[in-house]
Write a protein that binds this ligand. Structure first.
Ligand code: DON
Length: 300
């Protein structure tokens, strides 16, 4: 079995490799455009904690929107489901992650916790009571890391190019959905997005989301449902068909995916037009088929 999973990860590398050249690294945050589109890292962690990695699995990159999973879990843990979903809906938006996607029914609020506006609202809730250090420490503890560094250059670059998020914050403030001031919220959000991890950390984080006892079963169910329906933004439908397990992408090129038996962390910074790592998607489609991971796979 050991040999088989090692080979499988190597085979996923081979399958994903040619797709790296078809994507584009993110450039709306100028510092991210320095990423090397030739990089590809894959890590897989089994339920019993064995880790298999290949490629650039020791290279640390900014996790970007993947941190939104932990905004959600942290907010659910500290404030509970009713308060969290009084601030954001739980609906796929069908829109890009940068779209404000503030939907009117039943009340005006962001469509889900993973589009930027929804994440900003939850970030403001967290920042109203906890420091960034407390939030990051809690995430580090969950994945058994002593600390988690923040990439200052990416942080500064995003901070200087955050017009879209500033516009969303203005709208959210108008709607009285923010629980901390705009500047504090933006700073907390951008620093959290600039947390550095490699694919081994991502696989450990995916494993922790799936199996760690610190996460309540109800909160895990909420997280996984929203990752499944909204985790890949306006690419969530196609990804659900082709891969079919809860996953979350970030514009840095990272991706996590959760399954009972296998959890994944991947990195390939060249993105598809919807902001998801192209090679990571292809690797996940391969794993899904080979390991029969799709949640609706009922064939014998
Ligand atoms: O708000 C932003 O633009 C980024 N810091 C995070 C966006 C992101 O990763 C979207 N994911 N695909």
């Amino acid at each position: 079995m050991e040999q088989t999973l090692e080979t499988l990860v190597e085979n996923a590398m081979t399958i994903a490799e040619p797709w790296k050249k078809n994507g584009q690294v993110a450039s709306y945050i100028p510092e991210l455009s320095n990423a090397d589109p030739k990089q590809l890292g894959i890590s897989l962690m089994t339920k019993d904690g064995r880790l298999y990695s290949a490629g650039d699995s020791d290279y640390a990159f900014t996790i970007q929107s993947i941190v939104k999973c932990y905004f959600l879990l942290f907010a659910l843990d500290k404030w509970g489901e009713d308060i969290v979903f009084s601030l954001v809906h739980m609906e796929p938006s069908g829109a890009s992650f940068q779209s404000p996607a503030i939907t009117p029914l039943p009340q005006i609020r962001p469509a889900n916790p993973f589009i930027n506006a929804g994440a900003l609202v939850l970030c403001s809730l967290i920042a109203s009571t906890y420091s960034l250090e407390e939030f990051v420490e809690s995430l580090a503890q969950l994945i058994s890391r002593e600390d988690l560094p923040i990439d200052r250059a990416v942080y500064q670059s995003e901070y200087a190019h955050s017009q879209a998020n500033r516009q969303s914050l203005n709208k959210l403030a108008e709607l009285e959905l923010l629980r901390a001031d705009r500047e504090t919220t933006l700073d907390f959000y951008i620093k959290s997005c600039a947390i550095l991890m490699d694919t081994k950390d991502l696989a450990r984080m995916a494993w922790a989301f799936k199996h760690h006892e610190a996460i309540s079963p109800r909160h895990r169910l909420i997280l996984e449902s929203l990752m499944f329906t909204c985790g890949m933004y306006n690419g969530s439908g196609e990804y659900a068909v082709r891969v079919g397990i809860p996953s979350k992408s970030g514009v840095g090129g990272g991706l996590i995916a959760l399954h009972d038996d296998y959890c994944f962390g991947l990195y390939a910074p060249a993105l598809d037009p919807k902001g998801n790592s192209l090679a990571a998607r292809k690797a996940m489609a391969f794993f899904s088929e080979e390991l029969r991971l799709h949640v609706f796979d009922r064939t014998d």
